[in-house]
Design a protein around this ligand. Structure first.
Ligand code: PEP
Ligand code: MN
Length: 277
């Protein structure tokens, strides 16, 4: 299926406890287990925009049953004129949200020089799609002692994705969770932002013991598509979800980043209740 020699440490065949079975490594993130039998739900805003917005969403996603809080303090934006995130101030707001709700924090690190800083606040360090092949960044998080959420590149093959995981593992950090977030295809942009590649989940599980979760938000780009995408992902073997959420009564037009795809906490609760029956 995939050239096994290019990635060795994250290869299922290389480990006697995972060889010939379908078990995945259970990764503990501040008390939350990813890769076990229970589906993990990480939810929160695309970007930390303000203290009030983040605390409101953090409380609401906790109430809805989420296990962890997501939120970008450093945002990878297509244009340099778009909102870039609150940066260190955003990290401080996330720390307050964690203190108030008890939810562990998932946030993106884009710059190898900032791994130490972001790592002080993040329970799970997110490598974004655009940085899946930023090799110096992969090496840096590989040397850092925190679990890593490795998103699939916009056009990455499974082999390229696993080779990126290998860069992290080779430095000594094998606490890696894969996250499918949609890939570019001919259909992209017509009725969805990307195409959610649920087909990749089974081959990923055959090739590696690392757990895999799905992001139904960036892969669809549309709030109305998120509930079905979420349930389809879990049915396809995903071990968790990374979902963007907005305030229950927030006017979408006021959101600074990815305003079309965030779901309301009431919808999040319905999704969580339906995947945990
Ligand atoms: C995100 O999850 O905040 C994000 C920017 O996603 P991606 O890297 O998949 O585009
Ligand atoms: Mn987003």
């Amino acid at each position: 299926m995939v050239d096994k020699k290019l990635y060795r440490l994250v290869n299922r065949e290389a480990h006697s406890e995972y060889r010939g079975n379908s078990r995945t490594k259970v990764i503990k993130v501040s008390g939350v287990e990813i890769g076990g039998t229970r589906s993990v739900v990480i939810a929160g805003p695309c970007a930390v925009e303000s203290r009030e917005q983040t605390l409101e969403i953090a409380r609401a996603v906790k109430q809805a049953g989420a296990d962890m809080l997501r939120g970008g303090a450093y945002k990878p934006r297509t244009s340099p004129y778009e909102f870039q995130g609150l940066r260190e101030k955003g990290l401080e707001i996330l720390a307050e949200a964690k203190e108030k709700t008890g939810l562990p924090i998932v946030t993106e690190v884009m710059d190898p020089r900032l791994v130490g800083l972001v790592g002080q606040y993040a329970d799970l360090l997110q490598i974004g799609s655009r940085n899946m092949q930023n090799f110096p960044l992969l090496v840096e998080v590989g040397r850092y002692n925190k679990p890593v959420l490795l998103k699939r590149g916009l056009c990455a093959t499974l082999e390229e994705w696993l080779c990126s995981a290998e860069y992290i593992a080779k430095e000594g950090n094998t606490e890696i969770i894969l996250c499918e977030r949609g890939v570019r295809t001919a259909a992209s942009g017509e009725y969805d932002r990307y195409t959610l590649d649920l087909n990749v989940i089974t081959p990923a599980k055959i090739s590696t013991f690392l757990p895999i979760i799905v992001d139904p938000s960036h892969s669809t780009g549309t709030a109305a598509m998120v509930p079905h995408a979420s349930r389809a992902a879990i049915s396809s073997g995903a071990q968790g979800l990374l979902i963007e959420a907005i305030g229950e009564h927030t006017d979408r037009k006021t959101i600074k980043c990815d305003e079309a795809q965030g779901i309301r906490p009431s919808t999040l609760k319905q999704i969580i209740d339906s995947i945990r029956v």
